[in-house]
Structure formats: structure tokens, C-alpha cells
Design a protein around this ligand. Structure first.
Ligand code: PMP
Length: 396
């Protein structure tokens, strides 16, 4: 069996979720827009699902939830929809330098459409600088979009403070909560988000379904036009099996999140402790202010990609960064923003834990990693000669 440590890229559907979804493919397959019994049943399922997703984030009403096809679409609807809606009020949007690629590319798109987009820098731990954020705000600023946490290095952003800054200036605050929603509870009545992106798969529901939370009074222009479903904000026949799965996943996560996060933190701390015993290895991101399931390392003189491939041969499945950017040869924009050199950013390894990670998975990687790092360093032209000599002695 492989040790799977890439939960940020994809999570298995929880078997309890899968069971709950099954009847909705074959028996209760109706369309909520139909006026017959199948349609009524589908409407009830849809509204029940909306209620459970609302409860997951303590939203005051199910009306706050708009179902989408996933986090990318929620980010599009939230940011582009809000920008278009408020165009007459102002044309300036603020994001951070380390947003998920979907948000960075939305930023580029909006620039082509005539908006001005500023990107707040982060410190060496990947945490945004509040002073710099405040200085970027102008009378034209209509939206701030900063994720709750980094999907790559797990750094937790000061979202309460950002929400307060936005609220005081009457600017909408959107946040992509995907990287933290499986380990950190969200309460939209405690943190005044105006818009929030949620994904089903990140809480062990199916892919192809997500949601955008809209605070009461926050309206966005639709980006998908059609039959007017989801109050005209997101057209297209509702994905009922997906919504049932998302709702069940949310229900389970609400109950289990704290216990699960505590268990993962213990495993993650052990992983970090042991991996950092490898000479010239470093932790990327903040040592404490990070999601409980994220560990991101870098190792001098070797590339993350070679490490990933060697670990794969040992049936340890990891990543070098965000799955959504893994096909590019560019180093991680997040690590570069944290001040790493290109060669340092190329040396990184991302390990994310989840519901089905066990102690033995951590033990397995701890066992194989030091030997792999040594072998790769012996082969690397970058390894200094004194270290090379030492490694060769150890190897023999
Ligand atoms: N935001 C974040 C923080 C992510 O990690 C991801 C990828 N899991 C997305 C957005 C996009 O999600 P999807 O590909 O499911 O639309």
C-alpha cells in the first residue's frame, strides 16, 4: 500500500458520503425545476443540502449559499461577479501575491478588462503584511480577496484583522477557504466575510461541487448565464448527487473537525521534527501559524521533483507544490514571494495529511527520505566536496 501524502491535491470521498450519494444517481434523479414528484423530491434534497452547508460555516441562513461546480468557479463568481457588480463604485481590487493560481489568473483577467489589481506581498513565512495591505487601499478599492491559508505552505493569514480592515473601509472581503476548511472551523458570524469560497472535495465530498457564501446584502453578477437556477446567480441544472455528498461531508466535518485536526497536528509535528534531522533541510512556511495538516520542506543541493520521483518508487506519494501548477517548470510563486531563490524554491517538497493518514505512513516516509536525500546529493553537481565526501562515507 502506498503512503498517500498529497491530500491538498485530492482527497478520497469518505465512504459515508459515498453511501449517502448513491440513491441520487439511480432513484432520486429528479431535476428541482420539474413540477412532478421527482422534481419536488429533488427540491427538498437541494434545500436540505443548502441548509447543511450553511450550518457548516454557521451562516445565518441557507439563502447565503450558492452552489457552484467547485472552488475555481466560486472564486470566479465571487471575484469577477463582485467586480462587475461594483464597477461603478470603483475599479481597484486587492489580492495577495500567494493566492491560488485560479485567483492570480482572475486578477490578470480583470486587468485586461480594465480593473487595477494590487498584490499584497508576504513575509518570509508567507503571511501577509497588514500595514502594506492598508496602504494599498484607495477610494477606488471595491474588493479584497485573500485566502484563509496557503494551499502550498499552510501559512494562516490574519483573516479577522483583514475582515476588520475591509469592513471599516466599506470594502467587500472575499476569502478562499479551501486550504483550511478540513482542519480549521469557519464561523462567518465571527469573522465578517462578505464572500467565501468552499470546496466539497476538500472536506472529503465529491469533486465537481462547491459553494460561494454571500453575506446578506452582498450581490454578485452571474458569470454563468442560463436558466436562472440558484436565484439567477449560477445557472445550470443543480448537481443533486454532488450537493447531497457535499452536505453529508460538511455534516461529518462539522462534528469531527477539531478531533481530526488535533490528530493530524500530532502526526505533522512528528513528521516535521524527524525530517528536519536531515542535514541542510528547512521548513517552508511558519513553524506554528500553519494548517495542522501541512508540511513543506526544502533540501539544499537537490530538486523537489527528483525527490518526488524517488519517493514514488518507494510508494510514498507526495507533491512539490500546488497540483494546479505542477505541469509548469516555473518555481512556486508562493515560495518566491517568501523570498526564496529559484534554486531553493525548486528544492521543495509538499506533504499534506488527511483523514486516512496513519502513523505508519509517517513512519514510512521518515524511514526512506534520509537515504533518498543522501543518494540524490551524491549525484548532485551542486553538493560541496566536503559534504559529498561525508555522504559517500555514510553510504558505504
Ligand atoms: N483554491 C485553493 C486554495 C485550492 O487548493 C484549489 C485546488 N484544490 C482551488 C482553489 C481550485 O479547486 P478546484 O480545482 O476544485 O476548482
Amino acid at each position: 500500500m502506498s503512503a498517500y501524502l498529497d491530500y491538498q491535491a485530492a482527497k478520497p470521498v469518505d465512504p459515508r458520503v459515498f453511501e449517502a450519494m448513491k440513491p441520487y444517481f439511480t432513484q432520486d434523479f429528479g431535476n428541482p425545476s420539474s413540477l412532478h414528484n421527482y422534481g419536488y423530491k429533488a427540491t427538498n434534497s437541494l434545500e436540505d443540502g443548502r441548509l447543511k452547508v450553511a450550518e457548516f460555516i454557521n451562516a445565518p441562513s441557507p439563502d447565503n449559499i450558492i452552489f457552484t461546480s467547485g472552488a475555481t468557479e466560486s472564486n470566479n463568481l465571487g471575484i469577477i461577479g463582485a467586480a462587475l457588480r461594483n464597477r461603478r463604485k470603483g475599479n481597484h481590487i486587492i489580492i495577495s501575491e500567494i493566492e491560488h493560481i485560479s485567483i492570480l489568473n482572475i486578477g490578470k483577467y480583470l486587468e485586461k478588462e480594465g480593473f487595477r489589481v494590487s498584490r499584497v506581498p508576504v513575509d518570509r513565512f508567507g503571511i501577509i503584511n497588514l500595514g502594506k495591505l492598508e496602504r494599498l487601499i484607495t477610494d477606488e478599492t471595491i474588493l479584497i480577496s485573500i485566502s484563509t491559508a496557503s494551499n502550498e505552505i499552510g501559512s494562516l493569514q490574519p483573516i479577522e484583522e483583514i475582515a476588520e480592515i475591509a469592513q471599516n473601509k466599506n470594502i467587500w472581503f472575499h476569502s478562499d477557504a479551501v486550504a483550511s476548511e478540513s482542519t480549521i472551523p469557519i464561523d462567518v458570524q465571527k469573522v465578517p466575510f462578505d464572500l467565501l469560497t468552499l470546496s466539497s472535495n476538500d472536506i472529503y465530498g465529491p469533486r465537481g461541487i462547491g459553494a460561494l457564501y454571500l453575506k446578506k446584502g452582498v450581490r454578485v453578477n452571474p458569470v454563468i448565464i442560463g436558466g436562472g437556477q440558484e436565484k439567477g446567480i449560477r445557472s445550470g441544472s443543480e448537481n443533486i448527487p454532488g450537493i447531497i455528498g457535499f452536505a453529508k461531508a460538511a455534516q461529518i466535518m462539522k462534528v469531527e473537525i477539531n478531533e481530526e485536526a488535533a490528530r493530524l497536528k500530532i502526526l505533522k509535528d512528528k513528521l516535521i521534527r524527524e525530517v528536519l534531522k536531515v542535514p541542510k533541510s528547512y521548513l517552508n512556511g511558519h513553524p506554528e501559524k500553519r494548517t495542522p495538516h501541512n508540511a513543506n520542506f526544502r533540501f539544499d543541493y537537490i530538486e523537489g521533483e527528483s525527490l518526488l520521483l524517488s519517493l514514488k518508487d518507494e510508494k510514498v506519494e507526495v507533491a512539490t507544490g500546488s497540483a494546479c501548477s505542477s505541469k509548469t517548470l516555473e518555481p512556486s510563486h508562493t515560495l518566491i514571494s517568501c523570498g526564496l531563490l529559484h534554486e531553493e524554491a525548486h528544492g521543495s517538497l509538499l506533504l499534506t495529511l488527511g483523514r486516512f493518514t496513519e502513523e505508519k505512513d509517517i513512519v514510512k516516509i521518515i524511514k526512506v527520505l534520509p537515504g533518498i536525500v543522501r543518494k540524490l546529493r551524491i549525484l548532485s553537481p551542486l553538493t560541496p566536496s566536503d559534504l559529498l565526501k561525508k555522504l559517500e562515507e555514510e553510504e558505504n
